[in-house]
Design a binder for this molecule. Structure first.
Ligand code: 48F
Length: 258
């Protein structure tokens, strides 16, 4: 069979265009394809919600690929083992209460299951702003990451979501944009982002799940971002809290949207 390069190009352009147009009006838009964002997207998609995820980088997975100091193993505590099982990720007991998983298997499996469940992931897209109406977040402002990196003077596009989830990890980028530009008071003690605290795995893992909740009308924090917004320690290469945070926000949103 003769392969026509123009057909290949047309197929990609037409299909991507359709996918992007369909992503302009959704139930939930997640920012960041780390473990927290992808797990959240998986449970939402599985529940039949229309959910899209925008990721700045070429690859999904955020900080999970590198385990600790680039040793590609992750530790997960007892409480979160059920989520590894739900995804079919193999875990091995290290000592009582400590389980190990291969970080490559973990990222690739979470991503695969989430996409198969119906989560639409757009990589290479950066969220540079939010759409706000009457002090409520109503959507996201998107641009190609290549435009951002090259600092090109190119205007973005806008999409609408019933709820936005900030899963951008340590920088809490969406919450900080709102703090800087919208005049909306965040649901924190000070009304502003509180900032993350120094390493304490045990406390951080507990707090992160509690902190993964509504930040302001229309916006939820999920994963490491939640401790940066509401205040809480970092926890290093233990990942149960990220998985549990993703599951918790998804459950809250399924209830809220039905
Ligand atoms: O950092 P990341 O993995 O966040 P997470 O899911 O997990 C945190 C852990 O990896 C680790 C940890 C465990 O103890 O602390 O750090 O909470 O994933 C965040 C993703 O968001 C993307 C970023 O490239 C990364 O893949 N991201 C950040 N800002 C934007 C963004 C943005 N403005 N637009 C699009 N993507």
């Amino acid at each position: 069979m003769h392969l026509d390069e123009i057909k290949i190009s047309r197929a990609i352009i037409e299909s991507y265009n359709k996918k992007l147009v369909d992503a302009l009006d959704v139930d939930v838009a997640i920012v960041g394809a780390g473990p927290a964002g992808m797990v959240c997207g998986y449970y939402l998609a599985k529940a039949g919600k229309k959910v899209v995820l925008f990721e700045r980088k070429l690859s999904v997975g955020g900080g999970m690929w590198g385990g600790g100091i680039m040793f590609n193993e992750i530790v997960v505590q007892e409480k979160a083992r059920g989520i590894l099982d739900e995804f079919g990720i193999k875990s091995r007991r290290y000592e009582a209460g400590y389980y190990l998983a291969d970080s490559i298997e973990a990222v690739s499996t979470i991503c695969s299951k989430a996409v198969k469940a119906g989560l639409k992931i757009f990589n290479l897209i950066s969220v540079e702003d939010v759409m706000v109406r009457n002090k409520e977040v109503k959507g996201l402002v998107l641009n190609w990451s290549a435009v951002e990196i090259a600092k090109l003077h190119v205007d973005p596009i806008t999409m609408r979501a019933k709820v936005v989830v900030d899963a951008t990890g340590h920088p809490a980028e969406v919450a900080r944009i709102i703090e800087r530009k919208s005049g909306i008071r965040l649901n924190t003690k000070t009304g502003k982002t509180m900032g993350e605290e120094s390493m304490w795995a045990e406390a951080g893992e507990e707090i992160i799940v509690k902190n993964s909740k509504a930040v302001c009308p229309g916006l939820y924090a999920c994963g490491m971002c939640a401790n940066a917004v509401f205040g809480g320690p970092r926890m290093g290469p233990i990942f149960g809290g990220m998985l549990l945070a993703g599951e918790k926000v998804a459950k809250d949103l399924i209830k809220k949207l039905s």
